[in-house]
Design a protein around this ligand. Structure first.
Ligand code: SAM
Length: 409
């Protein structure tokens, strides 16, 4: 994999196909997997009913100006919207959830070894999740379907930074760490951009490609345990999109501080799952209105916050760790192709595509935590996909990048 080039042509083709599918959708189409199931048929019928009940008088959403979006005003306080009970999505009875995942709790206490246990993935209803490892508990599936979404989101995040991979004022960092590297796509692009740097990406899932730049390597490591790296080892440490994965951000940022060289830079890029529309037209009972509460409430139940941006945890944890020269940038990431500005339109199209192509991989862990029966998950997804396709609201997510420097001795 040679990074950006191959990825962006693949993404462009996916985007073209998704847009073609959107335009074609004369009638309602259910997700292909779900369409085969009776629950999804019920969902389709209910969708039509809910549509006519819930939104006949909804005012057309005003298109926020490009300036509003790019200015990136600080996000609103933590959402208070409750997550609706699962039966909101269907009145069908609980069909006895096929949950063979007995390992979702915080049972394991060992750190990783490079053994086959790393590949003993847990499963929830056919989707795989990382193996038991230390205190790690990550909500996203680690299978190919979801990894594709992560790669699409990398494109969105890079567009959000206007083509940049970072905002910290780094020059030619010798040693770089990307924590929670996922598919490694950021690390690959970074290693390509800085061939003189030695780049390491860590994660609890071994989902990274083997064909990578020679100056990059991946390691399996639970970042919630003491890192295996030395004090003062790195010139730059990057952590992106770990929201909902951590019980203690302060401890993590202190570990980053310890492993940075004096004068080195640390950068944290996080987002909120809550959707906003500048004229508040997203009904809290719609699937889009419930997207944020689903993660936030599920996250609370497992002690892993999804309101890192709203609570300004990045800056607070950086200050507490001892970083100086802290700066931040708030970003509004549109979803859907509604913005007029071409870059924002692209961001919106790709961010919608990331969810459309694997909504299940985003929510299944959390709906499991919340005790939703499978049937109701399918109905929720059907609602969500329809609302995304129709794109009635000009909605966006709030994200924030915060960066700071470890002081010189
Ligand atoms: C949403 S993905 C983001 C991936 C990547 N940072 C990006 O922006 O494309 C979060 C990643 O964090 C990893 N992760 C979650 N908990 C972790 C932990 N305790 N230690 C290391 N990695 C973890 C997950 O396995 C997953 O690959």
């Amino acid at each position: 994999m040679s990074g950006a080039g191959a990825t962006s042509s693949k993404l462009a083709e996916e985007k073209r196909l998704a847009e073609a599918a959107d335009t074609e959708a004369a009638g309602e189409q259910l997700p292909s997997k779900a369409a085969e199931e009776p629950a999804a048929k019920a969902a389709e019928e209910k969708l039509l009913v809910v549509d006519s009940l819930e939104s006949p008088t909804a005012p057309p959403a005003a298109i926020p100006s490009t300036a509003t979006l790019t200015a990136g005003t600080p996000p609103a306080a933590t959402t208070t919207v409750p997550v609706l009970p699962a039966h909101h999505w269907t009145e069908a009875p609980d069909d006895g959830l096929d949950d063979n995942d007995s390992a979702l709790g915080d049972g394991a206490d060992s750190t990783a070894s490079l053994s086959s246990s790393i590949l003993s993935y847990r499963t929830i209803q056919g989707r795989t999740y990382h193996s038991e490892m230390g205190n790690a508990q990550y909500w996203g599936s680690n299978d190919e379907g979801h990894n594709e979404s992560l790669d699409i989101l990398h494109h969105v995040f890079t567009l959000a930074l206007e083509g940049k991979l970072y905002l910290a004022p780094i020059k030619e960092p010798k040693k770089v760490l990307d924590v929670g590297t996922g598919t490694g796509i950021w690390a690959i692009d970074f290693a390509d951009a800085f061939p003189g740097s030695d780049v390491i990406g860590t994660d609890v899932s071994p989902i990274q490609p083997t064909w990578v730049p020679p100056n990059l390597r991946f390691e399996i490591e639970d970042c919630t345990q003491e890192w295996t790296f030395h004090e003062n080892e790195f010139d730059y440490i990057h952590i992106r999109y770990m929201v909902g994965s951590l019980t203690n951000w302060h401890a993590l940022f202190k570990e980053a501080y310890r492993c940075l060289k004096p004068g080195g830079w640390f950068e944290s890029y996080e987002g909120s799952p809550s959707l906003h529309c500048d004229n508040d037209t997203i009904p809290p009972t719609s699937a889009l209105g419930q997207w944020g509460p689903l993660f936030i409430n599920g996250g609370r139940q497992i002690g892993r916050s999804f309101t890192v941006v709203e609570e300004e945890i990045q800056r607070k944890a950086m200050e507490e760790a001892g970083f100086v020269d802290i700066q931040e940038k708030s970003i509004k990431v549109p979803s859907g192709s509604w913005p007029e500005d071409p870059r924002l339109k692209d961001m919106g199209s790709f961010s919608k595509l990331a969810v459309m192509q694997d909504a299940e991989g985003f929510i299944l862990f959390m709906t499991n935590v919340l005790g939703w029966p499978r049937q109701q998950v399918d109905v929720f997804i059907a609602h969500l996909r329809k609302e995304l396709r129709v794109c009635k609201y000009n909605y966006y997510y709030n994200q924030r990048v915060v960066w700071g420097r470890k002081p010189e001795l």
